[in-house]
Write a protein that binds this ligand. Structure first.
Ligand code: ASP
Length: 425
């Protein structure tokens, strides 16, 4: 059976990190492993800037950004492969040259399409380098192109997976590679449409790719290698005395990641749950430690309260100008406008005449929201807020996190308390 390992951007951010990946793989000499790789370090953000420069027709900036990225990757190549005649140098150079050449074509109407063609290259570069390095080190490794294995629809920047076709492609084209090789290196985050154009699965989507591959190959397990010891009950940058969640259920992991625990991408768990494939979250710094296992058993879910904080939140109150009640018809219209703007609602609440929603300021700003509803609604907003979610709360945990904070909205179910708060200055 196959194990799927996913290495994110931080775990392949420089040559030492890549050497560490090889080190981890040596601990699994008997296993067949599909390695899913993210773009190195901050490459995806840089490629997003490349897309913007292209859209603005700023050739100087476009080329400067690509040169920076090429220099970053070259420096890693030089540290890993002393012989500059290695084929990998040429492979990487060709990718950058092809990227530069895109500028001669006009930017199409479809931003998301252009985005996917360019931003997907981060994963191609990193996976090429890692496969070459593993081969050089004597691993039985082969590179494969996830862009031709994962079929999605044409929803660029957030492709929806065609599961049937993807499973077929993986069974036909990926699985046979394991008859001759122990390690297959592929990319996270990317896919293709039925016309063969590249798509991406949304930011941080490589975890999801690992879940998709594992589901379609009936893998034995998935391991996500992180710079934290596993899933913690809170962000260690914000809380002291965090606790490692050693074992939690699929359901609990989905809830935690849905509310914003950023350790795993929220879409990752479902394909694994459906086939009962365990998901391990482990530290690439201390790979021998157990980390967290996410599986079907929910006995341990409620042992410790978990805290999830989202900052820079804006609370909007939307009221119909003509005083009509907020009922299903106009609510569905409100949802449609928000969905068209790719706004993701973090919390909502309604009364007879008003509908309140909480949105990330980074994703949509207040001007956009005012504009969106200006024809038939009055919109008021309150910014600079925090959303605190506590799973398995009790009164003392609520008091602890709301100290020196004014509570604007509060919602509680049996398992979860959600509080929108403002710091008291
Ligand atoms: N490279 C992509 C991103 O940074 C996907 C991923 O790393 O999961 O969003």
């Amino acid at each position: 059976m196959v194990k799927v390992f996913k290495f994110g951007g931080a775990s392949v951010k420089d040559s030492a990190a890549i050497q560490n990946v090889a080190e981890i793989l040596t601990k699994y000499p008997e296993d067949s492993i599909l390695v899913v790789i993210s773009a190195m370090g901050k490459t995806t953000n840089k490629l997003e800037e490349v897309v913007s420069a292209y859209q603005l027709s700023d050739e100087a900036l476009f080329l400067r950004l690509i040169n920076d990225l090429e220099a970053f990757h070259s420096q890693i190549l030089l540290a890993l492969f002393s012989d500059r005649q290695r084929k990998i140098y040429q492979i990487i150079e060709t990718i950058f040259n092809q990227l530069r050449m895109r500028f001669s074509k006009p930017f199409s109407e479809n931003y998301s399409f252009e985005y996917d063609q360019i931003v997907s290259l981060g994963e191609v570069l990193s996976s090429r380098i890692i496969d070459a390095y593993l081969t050089e080190k004597g691993f039985s490794s082969v590179w494969t192109d996830a862009r031709s294995l994962l079929r999605t629809d044409n929803n660029y920047q957030e492709g929806n997976v065609d599961w049937k076709k993807t499973e077929e492609l993986i069974q036909q084209n990926l699985r046979p590679l394991f008859t001759h090789k122990k390690i297959i290196v592929s990319q996270g985050f990317v896919g293709h449409t039925s016309e063969g154009m590249t798509t991406t699965l949304g930011r941080e989507g490589s975890d999801y790719t690992a879940g998709i591959f594992a589901h379609c190959m009936h893998a034995e397990s998935v391991t996500i290698w992180k710079d934290v010891p596993g899933m913690l009950n809170a962000d260690p940058k914000l809380f002291e005395d965090t606790v490692l969640l050693k074992q939690i259920s699929f359901k609990e992991a989905i809830e935690l990641s849905y509310y914003g625990a950023s350790v795993i991408h929220p879409k990752t768990v479902k394909p694994l749950q459906n086939k009962n494939i365990p998901l391990y979250v482990k530290s690439f710094i201390k790979p021998d430690e157990k980390g967290t296992v996410i599986q079907a058993n929910s006995d341990f879910d409620s042992l410790v309260p978990s805290y999830i904080l989202k900052f820079d939140q804006v609370l909007y109150t939307i009221t119909p100008k003509d005083f009509s009640f907020l009922v299903e018809e106009n609510l569905s219209g409100i949802f449609k406008r928000l969905a068209d703007a790719h706004a993701k609602i973090n919390m909502m609440q309604n009364s007879a005449l008003s509908f309140s929603i909480l949105l990330d300021r980074k994703k949509v700003n207040p001007d956009q929201v005012l504009q969106m509803f200006s024809d038939s609604y009055h919109v008021k907003y309150n910014e600079g807020l925090e959303l605190i979610t506590i799973r398995h709360y009790d009164e003392s945990t609520i008091q602890k996190v709301t100290k020196n904070k004014e509570i604007l909205v509060q919602q509680r179910t049996r398992q979860t308390a959600r509080l929108v708060v403002k710091k008291i200055e």
